[in-house]
Design a binder for this molecule. Structure first.
Ligand code: ATP
Ligand code: MG
Length: 138
């Protein structure tokens, strides 16, 4: 089993879609290993998306990610990283394939409902960012 990390972003939490997105992930074959609702601080959001620090959308992205509660979820499945990205759909919700989470629950390229790790290496880093080892029930 491969592991990954997802975040239900503040737009989807605000819209009341937390439960529907978790059910979508379970229906897609993911096991929920740990789950935590939190509001990212400015420093936490900047650290989490540090790879995008130089991008023109960085300040808006940090403002969005700190705009309300989010839900971090540790997930496991075969081929979990790739499968989560497929289940989420394209970054721009308006381009996301029908039936994907971003198609169903996202609005645009920024407010796109869900995050998924982009590699097993980053999944390990991002899981440690949100969860202690004792929280991860496999
Ligand atoms: P995530 O890392 O959140 O799973 P992603 O890997 O599909 O998304 P990235 O390129 O890593 O996309 O961008 C991180 C996030 O930054 C996007 O999910 C989106 O919220 C925001 N973002 C990306 N590109 C843009 C853009 N051109 N304009 C505004 N926001 C953007
Ligand atoms: Mg990304």
């Amino acid at each position: 089993m491969e592991e990954t990390l997802s975040i239900i972003k503040p737009d989807a939490v605000r819209a009341g879609n937390t439960g529907r997105i978790i059910a979508h992930l379970e229906d897609a074959g993911f096991e929920v290993q740990a789950i935590r609702r939190l509001r990212l601080s400015q420093a936490q959001a900047e650290a989490f998306y540090a790879v995008h620090r130089e991008r023109p959308f960085f300040a808006d992205l940090v403002a969005f990610m700190t705009s309300g509660p989010a839900v971090a979820i540790a997930l496991a499945r075969e081929n979990a990283v790739t499968h989560l990205r497929d289940t989420m759909g394209a970054t721009d919700s308006t381009q996301a394939a029908p039936g994907t989470i971003r198609n169903l629950y996202g609005s645009n390229i920024q407010n796109n409902a869900i995050h998924g790790s982009d590699s097993p290496e980053n999944a390990a880093i991002e899981r440690t960012f949100f969860f202690a080892g004792c929280d991860l029930v496999g």
